[in-house]
Design a protein around this ligand. Structure first.
Ligand SMILES: Nc1nc(=O)c2c([nH]1)NC[C@@H]1CN(c3ccc(C(=O)N[C@@H](CCC(=O)O)C(=O)O)cc3)C=[N+]21
Length: 295
């Protein structure tokens, strides 16, 4: 039987596991607080940001909700970030991607105080992750580690194949998988659009993590029996019945081969949001110099 790994369930467990820590910090006068900055009018982005606020509300994390018109001059965004950097009540800052063309994404990531960079995208935090001294693990790869742990999948000694090399998922995922750490110690291969024989790589894998942004590209035929399949893809595709959300994995055929698989929606997506809360609580705990148990 194939195990369907329920991301909504695991994310709920993470949120429950944060409650005590949030209470301890709040009682000590440091209510964890996440600020989001949204500067695009893509309906999907608006949905994701509002989900993040709802999650925060549920667990008692305070929020700031900043929306800037996409036409806003870049300087105004940088002023906003400076204010949030300087605000002692704000512990996490998330600037929702993508940003308008006139805004330099890299410059934005550099401008966020690394101590408040709960996405883990600031170059200092990327460097620390690579050096095995992570401050914030990026939310999606961290969430994937938690999903694997929840499904009792041992990464140590496993052959892991990451399909995709983005800065937000593929690269940090591979870095976490090779760390001498829990959820790491995997023999890790990173595949991408120039990989000569992808199916040869995925067939040799114990764990496949699909994060290429190509709808349903990983099919059952590319997998060996018993592979653990984690689908990071979130692709909106148009069908006869309207718009539908599909992953990078062809779920129906992959499920026939997989020992465990994550669905889309309801897999990695909710974990990305849960680990954002996790990082925000960690930031507040660092600021308050109060150790709390993190799930
Ligand atoms: N600075 C920044 N940080 C991000 O983490 C970030 C970002 N920008 N820009 C956009 C992407 C996308 N992203 C998602 C998070 C959760 C779901 C999610 O919860 N999905 C649910 C619901 C999907 C739905 O119904 O639309 C699911 O997969 O079940 C989706 C997408 C975070 N992102």
């Amino acid at each position: 039987m194939t195990e369907i790994i329920d991301g909504n369930d695991v994310a709920q467990d993470i949120r429950n596991g944060l409650l005590d820590g949030i209470e301890t910090l709040t009682d000590a006068g440091t209510t964890p607080c996440l600020a989001t900055v949204l500067m695009n009018d893509d309906p999907a982005s608006e949905t994701y940001v509002s989900m993040k606020h709802k999650d925060c509300e549920e667990v008692g994390i305070a929020t700031r909700d900043i929306e800037l018109d996409p036409e806003t001059p870049a300087e105004e965004l940088f002023d906003t970030i400076d204010e949030l950097n300087a605000d002692p009540e704000v512990h996490g800052i998330l600037v929702q991607m993508p940003l308008p063309d006139h805004v330099d994404e890299r410059e934005v990531l550099r401008s966020i105080d690394p101590a408040k960079d709960v996405d883990g995208f600031h170059p200092e935090n990327v460097g620390r992750l690579v050096a095995g001294n992570a401050r914030y693990k990026p939310c999606t790869p961290h969430g994937v580690q938690k999903l694997l742990a929840a499904a009792d999948v041992e990464t140590e000694g496993a052959e892991a194949v990451v399909v995709g090399r983005s800065n937000i998922v593929g690269k940090p995922m591979a870095n976490l998988l090779i760390q001498k750490d829990e959820g790491g110690n995997a023999t890790t291969t990173v595949c991408h659009s120039r990989t000569e024989d992808l199916a040869e790589k995925t067939r040799a894998a114990d764990i496949v993590i699909a994060a290429a942004g190509v709808p349903e590209m990983i099919t059952g035929e590319m997998l060996s029996e018993g592979t653990v399949v984690i689908d990071v893809g979130i692709n909106r595709v148009e069908t006869d019945e309207g718009s539908e959300l599909v992953g990078d994995v062809d779920y129906d055929s992959a499920k026939e081969k997989a020992s465990a698989i994550t669905p889309v929606p309801g897999g990695v997506g909710p974990m990305t949001r849960a680990m954002l809360l996790w990082n925000t609580v960690k930031s507040a705990s660092d600021v308050a110099e109060i150790d709390v148990d993190l799930p």
